[in-house]
Design a protein around this ligand. Structure first.
Ligand SMILES: *Cc1c(COP(=O)(O)O)cnc(C)c1O
Length: 463
């Protein structure tokens, strides 16, 4: 597969070049020349394939000629050691049920959907860099949320070390432990400044001549194509199940009250006849997750369309309605991983599809904080299920969308215990999954540095 920049379709790149450089030389995002189609046999057996098998079918055409099948098998088995169960909001009924079901994307080690992309990217980098003379040094700035997924994704991965910069005192205790608690090939720097300062320091490190000469530096941010492609996998896997109205049992991390737990196995959902393709509702910020869903649809997974749910940072819903794309300064909300006024993946969506095509595939809906809180309360009271603020934006968006034909699945992007302050003020204590307990048991070990490139340079050259 060849890749092109969203800014200039002239120059072609390999998957390896696109993945390892992250951003194209002209500042654009990498997109594949074409979105491949599933083989008919694969499309017809989504329901019977395992999650790693679907991952191989999905990812293979994107990496053909660069990652051999046997290697991809190993990468997928390691990266996707957990899956994305499709669970009904009420586990107790054995009758078909018309509420949306949840695609739980938080069964990974940091309890949010970014684990899928980060774990695949890390192992892919390691393979693509095999035999390189110098180890790869990844530099990442985080405001708290993505840092944990990147740290965990790269932890223990051969030939790569990671340094994460975060604003000291401005991330939660859990986030700090996820970023700075692993040790080994992951180091953390607590910067005496803001997230913007961290980001500016990382940027200047990439253009620093001394660092460039001595280290093989790379980034691992969310616009990397090797993080996007693996996110298409769960849409296809869950679309296969949802089309037949078949749900999974609760997993260890499924956030339910004890009394609502227990009888989900074999539960069906859906108000319409089976065989209707599903509509996914995707809580969105930078729109990577939704773009991956559009890839799954284009590949031929049985998906009717998408609801793009945002908080009041509604740049994309406004664009879908008006055809005019106007970015703006982001505003703070309780679903803060989606506080994005200029979604980076929009460029990708707009390169693949025009406004009319996007409108055919996506309905945009925005949700306020008050509505989000109300939803967390209602879903808890009615079903004993704890939604996190991002999943709750998705749930609310479905309720605000009239006339959806067929089954609806809401992407639950994070475990509620990750946003316990907000959720617990509404529901009382939430269950805490094993992955979060494990992270909370660690000790954060970060070196504190001032906002100063030379401090960062010294650290990188001495470790
Ligand atoms: C990152 C994130 C989102 C937004 O995903 P995008 O791909 O940026 O649209 C939504 N929910 C949670 C919990 C996240 O961490």
């Amino acid at each position: 597969m060849r890749y092109y920049s969203t800014k200039n379709s002239g120059q072609a790149f390999s998957f390896s070049e696109a993945a390892l450089s992250g951003l194209a030389p002209d500042g654009g995002l990498f997109i594949p020349q074409v979105i491949p189609r599933y083989r008919e046999t694969a499309k017809n057996s989504l329901l019977s394939m395992s999650f790693p098998e679907i991952a191989i079918e999905t990812i293979m055409p994107f990496v053909e000629g660069e990652i051999p099948g046997s290697v991809l098998e190993d990468l997928c088995a390691e990266a996707f050691s957990f899956d994305a169960p499709l669970v009904p909001v009420n586990s107790g009924l054995d009758k078909p049920f018309s509420e949306p079901a949840l695609m739980e994307l938080f069964h990974g080690p940091t309890a949010a959907f970014k684990d899928f992309g980060a774990r695949f990217m890390a192992r892919t980098f390691s393979y693509l860099r095999r035999g390189a003379e110098r180890p790869l040094r990844i530099l990442v700035a985080t405001s708290g949320d993505t840092g944990g997924a990147v740290a965990d994704g790269f932890f223990g991965v051969e030939g790569i070390s990671v340094t994460i910069l975060y604003p000291k005192g401005r991330v939660s205790e859990l986030q700090e432990k996820q970023i700075a608690g692993l040790g080994g090939n992951i180091s953390a720097l607590a910067v005496e400044g803001s997230f913007d300062d961290c980001q500016a320091m990382v940027k200047s490190a990439f253009t620093d001549r001394r660092l460039q000469e001595q280290l093989a530096l790379s980034s691992a941010n969310s616009i990397n194509i090797s993080r996007l492609i693996p996110q298409a996998v769960y849409y296809s896997a869950v679309a296969g199940k949802a089309q037949s109205g078949r749900c999974d049992s609760d997993g260890e991390a499924t956030p339910r009250t004890a009394s609502a737990r227990g009888t989900a196995a074999g539960t069906t959902f859906g108000s319409s006849a089976p065989k209707t393709p599903v509509t996914f509702c995707v809580p969105s910020g930078n729109f990577g997750n939704l773009t991956a869903g559009l890839y799954a649809l284009s590949m031929g997974a049985p998906i009717a369309g998408f609801i793009a749910a945002t908080n009041i940072n509604k740049t994309v819903p406004d664009y879908l309605e008006s055809g005019e794309y106007k970015t703006r300064i982001s505003r703070a909300t309780i679903s803060n991983a989606m506080d994005v006024g200029a979604p980076s993946n929009f460029e990708r969506m707009a390169s693949h599809w025009n406004h009319a095509e996007l409108r055919q595939m996506i309905q945009g809906v925005f949700v306020t904080d008050d509505e989000t809180r109300q939803t967390i309360k209602e879903v808890y009271q009615n079903y004993g299920y704890y939604l996190d603020p991002h999943g709750a934006v998705g749930w609310t968006a479905v309720k605000k969308t009239p006339d959806i034909a067929g089954n609806v699945v809401v992407a639950a992007t994070a475990h509620p215990a990750k946003f316990s302050e907000t959720v617990e003020s509404i529901t009382g204590p939430t269950p805490v999954p094993a992955a979060i307990k494990k992270a909370l048991g660690r000790t954060a070990q970060a070196e504190t540095i001032p906002v100063d490139l030379s401090a960062l340079r010294d650290f990188l050259l001495s470790t």
